[in-house]
Design a protein around this ligand. Structure first.
Ligand code: ZN
Ligand code: ZN
Length: 394
């Protein structure tokens, strides 16, 4: 079976590269994946999958029936959206849309999803179970997974697998991680309300800018003193507005930021902890405040048995020397975690590094991938899917 998967994936390689280049040339922003989803639906239909469009707004579902009367499905999720970045590569197939670029490799993910569907459609008789391919929109704004779930994408799902490109390791290799893969990412907005006054007479005013500066400093210092350093929290204030004139004491300052954490217990304590710090800084000076803590996506926590399934499948098909186990998670975020609230799952990292070259990070205007990674991704995903149902049936 391994040889068959390899053969099929390698035969498909030129077609997959063509698909990826097409997607790369015509990127679409989150929630606007109209051409991409129509294209994906077309490819899936031509391989005989049962297709549903407009799932989760601009998402697509393709189903491959291999399970007979058993309604359970194994989901394979790939995302399709691009970023508001002006591409600065010299590629022939660089983005033809000004200011929009596939700089996070979702064009590769979509192609891996399609390639896996193509390979498994040839092996439908041997599948032993159903596969539901989820082509998700709007991952970059952390909305698409929620839209898909609300539209029933997780009904009857037994387990879910996914993939993200990883420029830090070379193409031809994959990486897995047991436990946390990415962080929870929450949004924070703090408003400090003081009292305006003459810049020369601070004692008659309440200086919101000075207090806001202290709030930031205190939050950053207190995090290192009150949180277990083995349970990371990163708080970043990335935006700050306030004040009216150089000689007028500011009456209001607004700060916006992101809060990243790995452990659910740590995350649960953060809203109250932040509010207490802000209150303790504001109160002595008579400033008022408002803290708005909005929960974003939770941490992706890979299920051990499914991580093991991907690891052993990848070892068998790509060679053990090409499979790494990551010791550290990322504090980036992924809305794949929202599916994991409904079924166990695992996401692996697909090496896309170029040999002997600078590998720009994700979200960089010169981000590039080594396209041989597509076949590696397809082989890994297809064999993990086959092995999943084989293990269930045995
Ligand atoms: Zn991204
Ligand atoms: Zn991404």
């Amino acid at each position: 079976m391994l040889t068959r998967i390899k053969q099929l994936a390698e035969t498909l390689a030129p077609r997959l590269i063509e698909i990826r280049r097409h997607l790369h040339s015509y990127p679409e922003l989150s929630g606007q994946e109209y051409q991409t989803s129509a294209y994906v639906a077309g490819v899936l239909s031509s391989y005989g999958l049962h297709v549903r469009e407009g799932v989760g707004k601009t998402g697509v579902i393709g189903e491959l029936n291999g399970g007979g009367a058993d309604p359970r499905q194994l989901a394979i999720r790939t995302d399709m959206d691009a970023l508001p970045i002006q591409e600065m590569t010299q590629l022939d197939f660089a983005s033809r849309k000004p200011g929009i670029m596939h700089a996070c490799g979702h064009d590769v993910h979509t192609t891996v999803g399609l390639g896996t569907a193509m390979v498994l459609s040839e092996l439908q008789d041997q599948l032993g179970g159903n596969i539901r391919f989820l082509f998700q929109p709007a991952e970059e704004i952390a909305q698409g997974a929620g839209w898909m779930v609300a539209d029933g994408a997780m009904e009857n799902i037994d387990a879910i697998l996914s993939v993200h490109v990883f420029p830090s390791i070379p193409a031809g290799s994959v990486a897995v991680r047991y436990g946390a893969l990415t962080a929870a990412a929450d949004n924070l907005e703090i408003t400090i309300m003081g009292e305006a006054g003459h810049g020369a007479r601070p004692h008659e005013a309440v200086d919101a800018i000075w207090i806001a500066a202290q709030v930031i400093t205190t939050l950053q210092q207190a995090i290192s003193r009150t949180h277990n350093p083995l349970r990371p929290v990163v708080l970043t204030i990335g935006q700050m507005t306030g004040g009216r004139a150089p000689n007028v004491i500011a009456d209001q300052v607004q700060m916006k930021g992101t809060v990243r954490s790995l452990h659910p217990e740590t995350r649960a304590d953060l809203p109250q902890w932040i509010e207490e710090i802000v209150a303790s800084v504001c109160q002595p000076y008579g400033a008022r405040y408002h803290v708005d803590y909005q929960a974003g996506v939770p941490s992706v926590r890979n299920t051990a048995s499914l991580t093991q399934l991907i690891e052993s499948s990848a070892q068998a098909i790509c060679g053990s020397e090409n499979v790494r186990v990551l010791t550290e998670p990322s504090l980036g975020a992924e809305d794949f975690s929202l599916y994991l609230e409904h079924a166990p799952g695992a996401m692996f990292r697909l090496g896309v590094g170029l040999p002997d070259q600078v590998n720009h990070p994700l979200h960089h205007p010169q981000f590039e991938v080594h396209e041989s990674a597509i076949v590696t991704g397809v082989m890994t995903m297809a064999s993990a899917a086959l092995n999943y149902w084989q293990q269930k049936r045995s």
